[in-house]
Design a protein around this ligand. Sequence first.
Ligand code: CA
Length: 700
Amino acid sequence: MKTALEWKKYYSSPGFRDNYIYDGDDLGVSCTGKGTSFKLWSPSADSVTLNLFQEGSGGSPYQKIPMEREDRGVWSWKTEACLHGVYYDFAIEMEGKTVRSADPYAKACGINGRRSMAVDLSRTDPEGWETDRAPERQEEQIIYELHVKEFSWDASGGFPEAYRGKYKAFTCGDTTLYDDGVHPTGLNYLKDLGIAHVQIMPAYDYGSVDEAGKDTEFNWGYDPVNYNVPEGSYSTDPARGEVRIREMKEMIQALHARGFRVIMDVVYNHTYSLDSWFQRTAPWYFYRVFDDGRISNGSACGNDVASEREMCGKYILESVLYWTEEYHVDGFRFDLMGLLDVDLMNRIRRELDARYGRGEKMLFGEPWAAAETAMEGGAVPALKKNIRLLDEKIGMFCDDTRDAVKGSALKVRKPGFINGAEDKEDDIIRGVAAWRAAGVKAPSQIITYVSAHDNQTLWDKLAETMPQADEKERMRLNRMAAALYMTCQGSLFLLSGEEFARTKDGLEDSYNAPIAINRLDWEQAWKNRDLVDYYRGLLALRRQLPGLCDKSARAAERISHVQKEKGAVSFVIDNRPWVPVCQKGETGDAPELEGKAHKNRWQTLKIVYNSSREERPVTLDGEGWKVLCDGQDSWLWKTDRPAQGKMCIAPQSVLILGQDGNTAEAETIETIETTEATEAAGTAEHQHRGEETTWRKKAV
Ligand code: CA
């Protein structure tokens, strides 16, 4: 029996790489009316037997078929029969032992994913699937993080009993609070809120919930078993392999039809257990091992997937492409992206762009790892410090802005700018400029957020750090947090329910807490409708502010007149849309904000953050200013409330002012000036200056 380290050395040897890297795209099962083909990559097997079953669990094989050894470690068998609905696994003889394994490349499986299923995918399409299209991509990508079960579990959501916690709940478009027919919940609520992207927490097949167990079982699902199969516990019948596929497609179809794009949360960095289908078919090929023989555990989940190895990177890439192609997924959020390698991430970006158009599919992830990992062969991890090496259209969660606004996510008592920390002003303005100072290429690389499924909810964090504050003050701080991060450049992201002061009773890590703690409480959404309304107004305003939505490399140049003092930050934003004036064959990555409603409504914005408990004076230069949003009301932009000269900002609040296009100084065509803000934000270099492609302000 070879040790992990011996396997590692073997896989790194030229003898292995020259002979066993397979570049076909037909691993797994392909099953159509014309026949069924099985292919497994198991380079060290001495023999492989294919077992066919009538059922997805239990029973014994009705047929055992010796597979044929092909080149490059591939084992195969095919038949002219369509074996749709037939379950299978492999008996693999290796090192004098026989192990049973499901198919790592499976597209369908039986209950709990222990046995794979041959599936004719054309038979799993819901009605109308061929015309399913994602809604048009919006420049501003506002992402709402949602768990399938949390979404519809609570009775307050008004979902039909049989669909609560299931994919099917998303097909119930017109749900209301306790089914009262009046107060929208579910997708109508989200639409009303102004959400454009729904991010579904893990919905591939994971291992921590027993699909044959009680409906109340709950887990976030960051423990993959079958990467290319939907999770069974969200389906109405996990025992029938095709049902979860059809129902997940129905969910995506329903989201698309209601105007949402769908982002999938993917966890390619580790598997549920080291005893996985990967390991059983190709021992230690798909996992990292340190040179001293220790098993790499940068995920803190017991294993690290070796993304830098050819067949593993290929697996991950093909899996992503499969979800986009077969399930029409619009983007991916990579869990612990810092454990994957930069080359693979950039390759995924390129392949998606080639198929669907530049940036059409969103890609972003967590640019960190839980611990050191044994990445080999000089591969570079996709960590925050390596952001310069990542494609401009690969984003990362920005923990720096998150922590600057409300305090460290890991140290629960630690406050941030809004709840009493001193010396956060510099980080706040860096966050506004999407961290150009830290080498970020453009705001398209930054996901700005203050809450996610990990760590305390925003409301709980405010309670923890401001124990003396009453509910009124916490609400004020919650509004301030929201207005602050929503006036930062970068894409916006929020945990579902942040907008209604969602609480998990202070719990930091609720991954396996009861569903009663994790579920979305739609009654809470109604009770806290004032806060929800504040978020709605902010999101509606945000979409009209090209100066903040700009994802181009030059967005930071819009910022000027930065002022910082203890507990206060203010700055001015050039809010005019860009238009291309000379392209020379390059389209560049500049935004195309032109043509949107209100495109020139406010040429200039002034934004003020005041985290102190006192009012502060605000001075406005020039005329034609309007209050767009203050600490109480985010809909003021609809009312044309004028502002002039000297005014005040309320304690613990954000003030957004806009200056009319007509009365602003009549600038026509010119390139943007270097501003003190970009200096302050650290964008000392202006590498775009002097390039042939110039982007100019729109002529007024
Ligand atoms: Ca499962």
